[in-house]
Ligand binder design. Structure first.
Ligand code: ADP
Ligand code: ZN
Length: 704
């Protein structure tokens, strides 16, 4: 097949099954190369659209595709999602009943399955590989492929054994996918899975749809209040450091009038799964959780993530905020920058039983995290740099790009602060230094004799918060140093001397106290009248509960917003909305139209589902049985599809002579053609449905 025929074919699938118009960057070339039987290594960020890269080639080729995936919950989500689109996909897992298992194998034998998901353990157990190698396997996808490498951050021994797959199925192309793999890990994946001259595509790590912001840690609760007022009904996670704070925070957020719950590893498995389920179904809006939350869930419409406490490192931070906006819709990440967290985290590291070298790395990573939270330049670029992606221009979706901070000449302030540290003989903590600079008569300041130094009270003109912000910046610039081994006392550094004695200039980011106002004026995720969205969300939640399927799998947020925006009046218009494939149109079209317009669509339009089934190779009789319609109706769909040029021939349903005799008499009638007079004129020899087909032929060719 040429590239252009493959391209047409896969666009058809993208459009009919998924309801999407265009491929995202890299998707098309990956899919084409898989269909051409090449091995592939795909590095794409979360939400980038990895699953399509193996699902579409699976649908475009004969045989069954095997997908190896480590997490049962994610696997089941994908399977449900595919089934919702009418794709025969199944997951083989240990929780299955014997009956379901037999059914699955029976279906495999009858070639009724296009995609088979299983865990690496299952694939490698017993003689599964041998058994599967008897079928026509179109390809093997290894999801979360970084798990094969000890260099990845989630090594799994059973993944390392996957190389035997190549031996059993030497001709079958392998596609490895992951969101995180540095150069070493990439090379290791290629080696471990024995990929042959793979097509390697690395997409940028940037998550363009996530707005990144950092705010000071003071009055966090109030800031969260402002933030949530803006988020009407949107789902989000607040990550906290301790179990206790998840509980107390959830209670406070509930008091603010939001549906909130907490989640941590100390709860029973039952409670945890209950909360998770309610969150997935949009019954709970806010989850206050420790980082234990989020691993196995694949909710694509998480709209925001807040870090109540500072994360340990940038990897963790990026992974956690990455749970937002997997559906590609605008989402937000808000981090509270709290210095006390840094001290707390340092203590954890120091007290851990790990080796000294390891601890040093942890401290260094924490430093980077802290620098990130105090940065005055593009935050996305700091993250990208961290993952070895370099770029000059700003991202345009972080707070520093959206509201560039003003810098001021902070030389005087820096001199004042540094000389005070020096004169205090490096005995004061950050808090005490501020008290001294502001001339506070606090007891501890008096008692320690701090009031007698020359700079006492020299910085009265600035508020506590100003000083805090500026001193933290001096720390970041390496002009000050906190000795954590000694009660957090401030010390000067070799660099400080340049400021104190060499008149080196110091630039500081201007401190803006009421930052909450700034962010609440941020671009809204939606500006649509909320009532229709609310109605659509309610419709979706109802179905989600009734069918026991996660809400975002039924219809994604992106699609729901587009529906609210475009207000489709009929199935035709609805079918043009992104994310409405043929099957969803058929299953939910009427429900959606009723929610939008107050009335359902008139019959018709469902011929698109017939089209999908025809594409899958079903006969007219099979389609009629599946759809519980009679064959005449299905033939009328076929006629319609032919007229619309969706199918290229009707010759298998009507002979040339029959076709000719209808066409010969048609000029005697007028549109809209009534079938009965034609039937009678032709001596009742040609059945109605064939007349209908012949008319479609006539119309299509007459128009030409
Ligand atoms: P990943 O597996 O890389 O985390 P997914 O494959 O789950 O990402 O894709 C994330 C979301 O983007 C899904 O809702 C998916 O349907 C959607 N998506 C993927 N490709 C496209 C596309 N070409 N057009 C529109 N939406 C897409
Ligand atoms: Zn930026």
């Amino acid at each position: 097949m040429t590239n252009s025929t493959i391209s047409t074919h896969i666009h058809e699938i993208l459009n009919a099954i998924y309801g999407y118009q265009k491929f995202r960057p890299n998707q098309e070339q990956i899919i084409i190369s898989i269909i051409q039987k090449k091995d592939n290594l795909v590095i794409m960020p979360t939400g980038g659209g990895k699953s399509l890269c193996f699902q579409i080639p699976a649908l475009a080729q004969p045989g069954v595709a095997i997908v190896v995936s480590p997490l049962i919950a994610l696997m089941e989500d994908q399977v449900t999602s595919l089934q919702q689109m009418g794709v025969p996909a199944v997951a083989l897992n240990s929780a299955m009943t014997e009956y379901d298992r037999r059914q699955l194998f029976e279906n495999l034998h009858q070639q009724k399955i296009k995609i088979l998901y299983l865990s690496p353990e299952k694939l490698l157990s017993g003689n599964m590989l041998e058994y599967l190698s008897k079928f026509k396997i179109s390809m093997i996808a290894v999801d979360e492929a970084h798990c094969v490498s000890v260099w990845g951050n989630d090594f799994r021994p059973e993944y390392a054994k996957l190389s035997v797959v190549r031996r059993f199925l030497p001709q079958v192309p392998i596609i490895a996918l992951t969101a995180t793999a540095d150069k070493v890990t990439q090379e290791d994946i290629v080696k471990q899975l024995q990929l042959r001259e793979p097509n390697i595509s690395v997409s940028s790590f940037e998550r363009k749809n996530i707005k990144i912001a950092v705010q000071p840690g003071q009055k966090r609760l109030q800031r969260i209040g402002y933030f949530l007022n803006d988020k009407k009904g949107d789902s989000g996670i607040v990550y906290c450091l301790s179990r206790k704070s998840t509980e107390s925070l959830a209670a406070k957020i509930q008091q603010m009038g939001h549906e909130a719950a907490f989640y941590h590893a100390g709860m029973t498995a039952r409670d945890r799964s209950l909360i998770q389920q309610k969150f997935i179904n949009d019954e709970i809006q806010v989850i206050c959780a420790t980082i234990a939350f989020g691993m196995g869930i694949d909710k694509s419409n998480i709209r925001w993530v807040i870090h109540y406490d500072l994360p340990k490192n940038i990897e963790g931070y990026y992974q956690e905020i990455g749970r937002a906006g997997r559906d590609g819709m605008p989402s937000e990440a808000l981090l509270f920058s709290t210095y006390s967290n840094v001290s707390q985290l340092r203590k954890f590291i120091d007290e851990s039983p790990a080796e000294e070298k390891f601890k040093q790395i942890q401290h260094a990573k924490l430093d980077r995290m802290w620098q990130f939270s105090n940065a005055a330049n593009c935050r996305t670029n700091i993250i990208l740099n961290y993952f070895n992606e370099y770029r000059q221009e700003g991202c345009g979706h972080c707070d520093n790009c959206l509201y560039p901070p003003k810098t001021i000449d902070g030389t005087k302030m820096a001199q004042m602060a540094l000389s005070a540290v020096y004169r205090l003989k490096e005995q004061a903590t950050l808090e005490q230094l501020i008290a001294v600079l502001r001339g506070s008569n606090r007891q501890d300041i008096n008692q320690r004799g701090f009031t007698s130094i020359k700079t006492f009270g020299a910085g009265r003109a600035y508020s506590f918060l100003d000083w805090r912000s500026y001193l933290l910046q001096l720390l970041d610039q390496g002009l000050l140093f906190v000795d954590h081994t000694n009660g957090g006392r401030l010390k000067i550094t070799p660099l400080s001397k340049n400021v104190l004695f060499e008149k080196q200039l110091v630039k500081l980011k201007k401190f803006v106290p009421n930052e909450e106002q700034k962010t609440s004026k941020s671009p809204k995720t939606n500006t649509l009248p909320s009532s229709l969205i609310d109605k659509l969300k309610k419709w979706r939640t109802d179905i989600s509960i009734q069918k026991k399927i996660p809400a975002y799998i039924i219809i994604t947020d992106t699609t729901l917003f587009e529906i609210a925006d475009k207000k489709p009046r009929n199935l035709e218009e609805l079918s043009k909305i992104e994310g409405i494939g043929i099957r969803k149109l058929d299953t939910y079209g009427n429900g959606i139209l009723k929610t939008v317009n107050g009335k359902a669509a008139t019959k018709g339009g469902t011929y698109l589902l017939t089209y999908q089934l025809l594409q899958q190779g079903d006969s007219i009789e099979q389609i009629a049985a599946k759809r519980e319609l009679n064959t005449t109706t299905i033939y009328s769909h076929v006629a319609h599809l032919y007229e619309e040029k969706k199918i290229s021939s009707i010759k298998s349903y009507i002979s040339n002579e029959e076709l000719q005799s209808v066409i010969d008499v048609l000029p005697r009638f007028e549109e809209p053609y009534a079938l009965k007079p034609i039937y009678q004129l032709l001596d009742e020899k040609i059945v109605y449905y064939k007349i209908r087909l012949a008319i479609s032929y006539y119309k299509r060719h007459q128009r030409k």
